[in-house]
Design a protein around this ligand. Structure first.
Ligand SMILES: NC(=O)c1ccc[n+]([C@@H]2O[C@H](COP(=O)([O-])OP(=O)(O)OC[C@H]3O[C@@H](n4cnc5c(N)ncnc54)[C@H](OP(=O)(O)O)[C@@H]3O)[C@@H](O)[C@H]2O)c1
Length: 248
């Protein structure tokens, strides 16, 4: 299987490394010029590619960029990409960083991105912290495996995504259609709380749509008040305080 990854930041680079390590042919791109991109790709076990080449001749594409940068991608990027290519989105929206986007009152974050890319998407890898992806992967069948949710409208694409998630060391829970993906957005009990499969199913079920933005902003305000940026464990602990509707 061939995979193209757009974005080699915290999440894109870990995914590239893990999937290349699992034996896949991985191409990567970012905003950098070729000599620097070549170095980054080589360190990840991947091949450097231009933005148009990264989506060519692949079976799956992972977009892993800051939410407000998707609008800068070429409008025709996926025009010639066959519909059976699985397209994933790892993004999350934070208004303090990405600005106010009025459409998000009506649609989920990944539906909004799907509109920009003009392509159905699977939302995945958004509801785990970088530290979770880096440190908490376990072999298939391990009792202490963390689960993440997958939301999208195409069951066949979701099966492929579940397989890729498994290779990165995690279990999956079906988070429903893309329209349901608000249940795994920031501020929900399923968001970056390192749950097992049963806990994650419960967390998705108890999510309250109206509450999530306020909880998201409350958690972020608290993190930003600290003298230094908190560790992964501190961020996780902050998120878990709100897990299962414990927060008021
Ligand atoms: N960090 C986390 O813990 C975490 C967890 C789950 C989900 N997420 C979400 O996943 C997404 C990626 O997060 P991240 O932390 O990996 O971000 P990041 O570290 O800021 O990396 C973003 C990557 O996107 C690339 N990029 C930006 N604009 C681009 C463009 N127009 N064309 C091609 N590449 C472009 C950047 O290129 P350059 O390298 O050239 O700058 C960079 O490699 C975000 O939406 C984030 O909210 C993050």
């Amino acid at each position: 299987m061939k995979i193209g990854i757009i974005g080699t930041g915290s999440i894109g680079s870990l995914l590239a490394e893990k999937l290349a390590g699992a034996g896949y042919q991985v191409k990567v791109t970012n905003t950098k010029a070729m000599p620097e991109l070549e170095k980054i790709a080589s360190a990840l076990g991947a091949t450097p590619a231009s933005i148009y080449d990264v989506v060519k001749g692949v079976d799956a594409i992972i977009f892993s960029m800051p939410f407000n940068t998707y609008k800068d991608l070429p409008k025709d990027l996926l025009k010639n990409v066959p519909q059976d290519v699985v397209v994933m989105d790892t993004s999350n929206y934070y208004p303090f960083r990405d600005g106010e986007i009025a459409e998000l009152q009506q649609v989920t974050e990944s539906e909004y991105i799907s509109g920009i890319l003009d392509r159905p998407l699977v939302k995945v890898f958004n509801n785990m912290l970088e530290g979770t992806l880096k440190y908490k992967g376990r072999p298939s069948g391990a009792a202490d495996r963390v689960a993440i949710s997958i939301a999208g409208d195409n069951p066949e694409h979701k099966k492929v995504v579940a397989h890729l998630v498994d290779l990165t060391g995690f279990n999956t829970v079906d988070g429903g259609d893309l329209a349901d993906s608000w249940r795994q957005q920031p501020g929900t009990p399923a968001y970056c709380t390192e749950l097992n499969e049963a806990e994650l199913k419960q967390a998705l079920a108890v999510a309250e749509k109206g509450k999530a933005p306020a909880i998201r902003d409350f958690i972020m305000d608290n993190l930003m008040k600290k003298d230094q940026w908190p560790s992964y464990e501190e961020i996780l602990a902050g998120n878990r305080l709100h897990e299962m509707g414990k927060s008021k």
